[in-house]
Structure formats: C-alpha cells, structure tokens
Write a protein that binds this ligand. Sequence first.
Ligand code: HEC
Ligand code: HEC
Ligand code: HEC
Ligand code: HEC
Length: 435
Amino acid sequence: MLSLLLLGLYWNVRRTSRPMPPQLALPQEPPDLVLLITANRQGKLEVCGCPGKRAEDLAKVASLILATKHQLERRGSVVGILEGGDFTGGADVVPPLLKAYQLIGYQGIALSPRDEKRLSVIRTNANGIPLLLPPRDGNFATFRLNGKALNLVVANLGRPPLEDEQYWQRASIYLQGLRQPNTVVAALVYVDRNEVMEIAPRLKGATDILLLDDQLPSASPNAELSPSPAKVSEKIGGVTVIALPQSRAAILSLNLWQGQSDREPFRVEGQWLYASGHPDHDQVKQIVNAYYEKRQKELEREMQELLKIAEKREYLPPEFCGSCHQAQYEQWLSTGHAHAIDTLVKQKRMDKSCLPCHSLEFRMRGVVTVKKNRGVECVDCHVELQDPATARMHGQRPGERPSTKIVNEVTCLRCHDKQNSPNFDLRTYLPKVTH
Ligand code: HEC
Ligand code: HEC
Ligand code: HEC
Ligand code: HEC
C-alpha cells in the first residue's frame, strides 16, 4: 500500500516538475546598475515551433528576463528593462506584444524610425509604459534609471542624418546637458556598423556609451548565432559602442559598476544572454496563444477565398500514388512526414511562412483542403513526378521506370536546413523514411 502511495507521489512529482532552466552567466562581481534590453523582435511573438528556433519565442525571452532580474536583484543590483527598438510588425500584433511587455515589467520602450510607423497603435496600447520616440524638431526623448551610487540616462537619437551639422550640434549640446556627477550617458542610434565609425568620434565627450542597432564592426559574421554569452562592446573613437541584440533569442545585459577613481568614474560591460533552454512564461504564453487563435480564424477565412481559385490547379494527393504503391504508402503513413500538417494544426500555426515545408498541397496549389494524413508527400522527394501530367502517365505502360533520379541529400536539405532541422544527418534520418 505504502509503495503504491510512494509510486503515486513519484509520478506526480515527475509530471509537475519541469526541466531545470540553464544557469545564467552573470558577472562575478554584482554590478551597481543593470539595464536589460531587447531589440529586433519585428512583431514575431512565436517565431516557429521548429526545433532549432524555439528559443526566439517571447514567452521564453520573458522567462529569461525575469530570472536574470530576480537573480541580479538578490545580489544587490538595481535592474531596469527597456525595449531597444524594431519590435513591431503588423499593427495587429502590437496590442498583445505591449500587453506582454507590461506583464514582464518593461520600464521604457524606444521606438526605431521603423516602429514610428505604428505610433498610433503603440500609443493606445502602451498602458503607461513611457515611450522614447526618435527625435523630432530637435527634441530628444530619454529614459532614466537611478541606482544607489550610479544613474543611467539613455537618449534616443533615432537615425541621425550624417550630413546635417546642425543636428550634430544640437545632439551634442543636448547630451552634454545630461552630464552630471555619477550619471552615465548612453545614446541609441539606428545606424549600421560602417556609419557608427563616423558617428562615434563626433559624440566623444558628449556620450559615454553608444547603443548600436547592428553588430559591432569587429564582430564575426556569425556572432549572432553564437549560443554562448558573448561580450559585445568595443571602444570606437573614444566612445564605448555596445551592440543591441540582433536575434530575438537574445537580450543585452548592460552592466555598470562604480569606478575606482575620478579618472574612471564607472566601468561598463555589455553581454548577450540567450533564451534557449528557458521555460515558457505561463502568462505571456497565454497572451501569445490568444493572438494566434484569433489570427488562425482570419487565416481560415483567407484560405476559403484561396480555395476557390486553387481548386482549378491540379494536385495529386498521396492516396493517388498509394492506389498502386500500397506498401510505400503505408510506410509513409507511419512517418512524421504524413502528419506535418497535423503538427501545424496542433501548434495553431497554419501560416504562410510554415506551410511551404509542411504541406505539398500548399506549395502546389496555395491552399490546404485536407489536413489528416497530409504533409510532406510523395513528390516532395520523388521530384521528377511533380508535374501531375507526368505522374498520371507513368506506370501506365508495363515495365516503365520513371524514376531515374535517386532521392538524395539535396532533396532533404531543401526543408531540413540548419534552422529548422539542426540535428539532420542523412545516415540517421534516411532509414526512418525509406520504404
Ligand atoms: C496507375 C498506377 C500507378 C500510380 C497511380 C502511380 N504509380 Fe508509380 N509506378 C507504377 C508502376 C507500374 C511503376 C513501375 C514499377 C516497376 O517497373 O517496378 C511505377 C514506378 C514508380 C517509381 C519508381 C520505382 C523504381 O524502382 O524506380 C516511383 C518512385 C513511383 N512510381 C512513384 C510514384 C508516385 C510518387 C506516384 C504518385 C504521384 C505514383 N508513383 C503513382 C504505377 C503507378
Ligand atoms: C518538403 C519538405 C521536406 C523534405 C523534402 C524532406 N522532409 Fe523530412 N521532414 C519535413 C518536416 C516538415 C518534418 C516534420 C514533420 C512533423 O513531425 O510535423 C520532417 C520530419 C522528418 C523526420 C522525422 C520524423 C519521422 O518521420 O520520424 C525524418 C527522419 C525526416 N524528415 C527525414 C527526411 C529525409 C531523409 C529526407 C530526404 C530524403 C526528407 N526528410 C525530406 C520536411 C521535409
Ligand atoms: C524550411 C522548411 C521549414 C519551414 C519554413 C518550417 N518548418 Fe517546421 N520543420 C521542418 C523540418 C525539416 C522539421 C523536422 C526537423 C527534425 O525533426 O529534424 C520541422 C519540424 C517542425 C516541428 C516539430 C515536429 C515534431 O513533432 O517533432 C514543428 C512543431 C514545426 N516544424 C513547426 C513549424 C512552424 C510553426 C513553422 C512556421 C513558423 C515551420 N515549422 C516552418 C521544416 C520547416
Ligand atoms: C522523404 C522522402 C520520400 C517520400 C516523402 C516518399 N518517398 Fe518513396 N522513396 C524514397 C527513397 C529514399 C526511396 C529509395 C529509392 C531511391 O533512393 O530513389 C524511395 C523509393 C520509392 C519507390 C521505389 C520502391 C522500391 O522498392 O524501389 C516507390 C514506388 C516510392 N518510393 C513511392 C512513394 C510513394 C507512393 C510515396 C508517397 C506515399 C513516397 N514514395 C514518398 C523517399 C521518399
């Protein structure tokens, strides 16, 4: 009896316990002030359910932000959360995104010139989170975070016009005005790594830090894909330039320590932290799911429209091939390929960006009419039969061998690319799908 009870307890613990999130790589010496900054979300709440990309989901990034904040605060740091720009996509995604930001506790939202196009919907949904607009008529918006010993001010310079001397004068005077004892001044610029080489020397003495919406000029081309915490600051023309996250899976931790002497009043370090392995934040996940459910209904309406047009285009379903190749058809049914649409249905993502790999019918006709036992189908691999006319003809004459092409790795890699299938290896994958 007791052992049954214990077994029950064990199952309960197993069912409710989640895998441990990865350890956060925080600085050894607790900073006085930390600003956590996200950027470049581009309206994507949940980028893709594919194995390689899940880390980019907003619900995971929310967990990362809150876990980092919590741990830093326990060690005595003052922590702020700021959106660094390029966060919007379509207008419909702005309300749920900002609702999530409010829940996470964002203290400010910097708008890039691109975000500014969505200003009205951002304004009505900001729920009191202060907005930092790009400069207009010489007015600069700022965000302030006060710590115990150090303060930080971030000014949004937008996309500075390189040639406009008046602008530079105004910006310098404005930034100089923010200088105060124990206050670190940072400026956000939406320019690229080449332009920052020109801009940084001009702002020497006016700002301590430039937050750049690009990779650093010295970064390797693949730096954004690096899964390990990366140092992302560099001195250019006397200013510390720090790169904003270039991937939705990363956040920038801007760490500030009080300096040791008057000559070095503070110390700064930038670090990217990655969300991969972190669990979904439950409430943010609910917001995301509600958005996709609504969107799903719109997509279905759109599909009905497309259906009328698409029905005129020909497409041979797998049952057609199966009517002569029963054994291959049954083997195919037992693979994930036969359920690739079910996968999207379960994820509530019958989305134009997902369907081309997950549905042959969508690729051939631009529409999905049947969802069960459909997905990656016969002619996705037997490409020489992709033309329905050819496929109908073959096998009519006894002994005919239509398939001279061997299904090879190139066929698979079209869909099993690095992003969507990071573990792809022909030697282990092919045996699971051959028949
Ligand atoms: C009317 C019956 C019929 C239909 C429908 C049919 N096939 Fe075939 N298929 C055959 C026959 C018969 C052969 C020749 C078999 C042989 O020579 O061993 C063949 C050969 C093949 C081969 C080549 C086998 C080899 O050894 O090279 C492939 C691949 C193939 N079919 C795929 C398909 C696909 C994909 C579809 C659907 C688009 C399809 N078939 C539809 C009858 C059919
Ligand atoms: C048209 C796109 C496409 C092509 C071409 C393709 N796959 Fe896939 N494959 C997918 C998708 C999508 C899934 C995920 C299916 C799911 O579970 O929803 C998948 C899943 C798989 C799986 C895991 C699921 C299972 O059946 O156990 C294997 C193994 C696999 N593919 C092997 C291959 C091999 C080998 C090739 C080349 C011969 C290939 N695939 C070609 C899209 C493709
Ligand atoms: C370039 C082709 C491609 C695109 C585009 C694509 N997928 Fe996939 N997806 C794959 C392949 C290939 C796999 C199989 C990966 C593996 O098992 O190695 C897969 C697997 C998956 C799986 C895991 C299935 C399982 O049960 O293991 C999910 C979920 C998924 N995709 C959802 C999506 C969503 C949602 C989108 C759109 C945002 C999308 N995919 C876009 C190719 C693609
Ligand atoms: C993921 C890729 C893939 C898909 C999807 C696929 N096949 Fe194949 N098929 C193969 C491979 C690999 C072979 C082995 C022969 C080769 O290398 O060309 C093969 C061989 C065959 C052959 C020749 C059989 C033999 O014994 O030589 C037939 C017939 C065939 N497939 C029919 C189908 C039918 C019908 C479907 C859909 C229900 C289908 N295939 C879906 C990859 C695929």
